[in-house]
Design a binder for this molecule. Structure first.
Ligand code: GDP
Ligand code: IMO
Ligand code: MG
Length: 429
């Protein structure tokens, strides 16, 4: 047995898509267990770039089955668009993809609520991706969500009418926005009936049978641990559990099915959207610093989903240690080492300071986290290029020293190192 949970352990965009795509040929199944079109996972193969929102990052491989689990939220318009993009590129999506009949549908009123709530919050907004993620998960928990299987339910019409009465009251009376029309919702449902229902499946049953027959499964996380609704920088988080434990509930498998937890993180840190970020150096709102600007520019730090510029800062080992604990990370995959090429020195945040005291873990109160200042260790940088390196002996000694220090401080071995966006830019350690 060697099933792997691969998750982001910072604030998302760690390079999960790249790592999952490159591990996929060794796996029989790649499965998404949470999140939805808020995710943007980039795969680069030669001069071809593919960005996936819902579909697992194993989809480009002929012998890998892709599963979308019950823990995810699916927007019919966007998922069909994504399927068509792949079909146009010659990927036989209908042969390779199955969608849990229990997954929740993101409907036009979820997007309308997401937008209206963010607008009403003004300065205090979360900076969501605007994809209706929060409102859809709220409906799931409130037991009024519409799942893929419900498209054929006898009481669908009545449930939708009730949902729309509630949503339109919230939108017009409370949030001062326009109402959502039933016809818009019906368009989404018709599309889901026509294009998604044929792919609906009992995902736990597929997993159970395939695992019994010896299949290897890669559980692909979305977002990152610091965006987890319980363990992240609440309320500046997404609305699902993004931690490794969520892979089980989000697909319907037991704890015994996970052999390895691969924590994916950049050699520095980025965040998109609002919320605390102790090691932040640079952002589009006017915070400036030469090293932070170097990371943003060289790392091309723009959101794969929304195109928003990402905030950048030094590697935060307090964040990664927190992630190692809450996920049971067994291996680290460090990405974007090449982006640090050319910096005179690199820093690691090894603790926080607040009110004259040193903290070695993340405070639960995000206002307290906002008041933390990083305690840095400074290491010498390197002028050589690491771009595209495929083995440790191609790296300058200072880059290797940085990796070794990360392993020591985070108490976890680095077993993969990514040195460029392409599938082939990888060192297995
Ligand atoms: P994900 O959401 O975790 O899958 O990450 P994204 O795709 O949103 O963002 C990661 C970005 O970094 C993408 O543009 C990748 O192509 C790119 N990338 C991934 N690994 C590396 C790397 O090692 N070096 C460089 N320069 N870019 C990388
Ligand atoms: P991947 O899978 C980075 C952030 C948003 C916002 C917060 C809540 O590509 O790593 P939401 O729309 O989920 O309600 O937004 O979470 N966010 C992400 N940031 N990468 C992502 O996904 C993200 N998905 C959501 O920017 O701060
Ligand atoms: Mg992303």
């Amino acid at each position: 047995m060697s099933n792997i949970v691969a998750i982001g352990i910072q604030w998302g965009d760690e390079g999960k898509g790249k790592i999952v795509d490159l591990l996929a040929p060794e796996m029989d199944i790649v499965a998404r267990f949470q999140g939805g079109p808020n995710a943007g996972h980039t795969l680069v193969i030669g001069d071809q770039k593919t960005v996936l929102n819902h579909i697992p990052s194993g989809i480009l491989h002929a012998d890998t089955l892709s599963l979308i689990g019950n823990g995810t939220v699916v927007d019919p318009f966007r998922l069909v668009e994504e399927m068509d993009m792949l079909l146009d590129a010659g990927v036989p999506v209908y042969d390779r993809l199955r969608i849990s009949d229990r997954c929740q549908l993101i409907l036009p009123y979820h997007r309308a609520l997401d937008a209206a709530r963010e607008a009403a919050k003004g300065e205090g907004k979360i900076g969501t991706t605007g994809r209706g993620i929060g409102p859809c998960y709220e409906d799931k928990t409130a037991r009024r969500g519409i799942r893929l299987t419900d498209l054929n339910a006898e009481d669908l019409d009545a449930r939708l009418e009730e949902n729309l009465r509630y949503v339109n009251f919230m939108l017009t009376e409370f949030l001062h926005a326009g109402p959502v029309k039933r016809a818009e919702v019906d368009k989404a449902l018709d599309l889901a009936r026509e294009r998604l229902l044929p792919l609906a499946a009992d995902v736990p049953l597929i997993l159970h049978e395939r695992i019994k027959a010896g299949a290897r499964v890669l559980f692909e996380g979305a977002q990152g641990s610091m965006l987890d609704v319980d363990h992240g920088t609440y309320p500046f988080v997404t609305s699902s559990n993004t931690v490794a434990g969520a892979a089980l509930a989000g697909l319907g498998v037991g704890p015994g099915q996970v052999d390895k937890v691969l924590g994916i993180c950049k050699a520095y840190t980025t965040r998109v959207g609002a919320g605390p970020f102790p090691t932040e150096l640079y952002n589009a709102e006017g915070m400036d610093d030469a090293s932070g600007r170097h990371m943003a520019e060289k790392g091309q730090e723009f959101g794969a989903t929304t195109g928003r510029p990402r905030r950048t800062g030094w590697f935060d080992a307090v964040v990664v240690q927190h992630a190692v604990r809450i996920n049971g990370v067994t291996d680290l995959a460090i990405t974007k080492l090449d982006v640090l090429d050319g910096l005179d020195e690199v820093k690691l945040c090894v603790a926080y300071e607040r009110g004259g005291q040193q903290l070695v873990s993340i405070p639960a109160d995000c206002r307290a986290l906002d008041e933390c200042t990083p305690v840095y260790e400074t290491l010498p940088g390197w002028s050589e290029t690491t771009f595209g390196a495929t083995s440790l002996d191609q790296l300058p000694a200072n880059a290797v020293a940085l990796l070794r220090r990360i392993e020591e401080v985070c108490e976890c071995p680095v077993t993969m190192l990514s040195t460029g966006p392409d599938r082939d830019h990888i060192c297995h350690l």
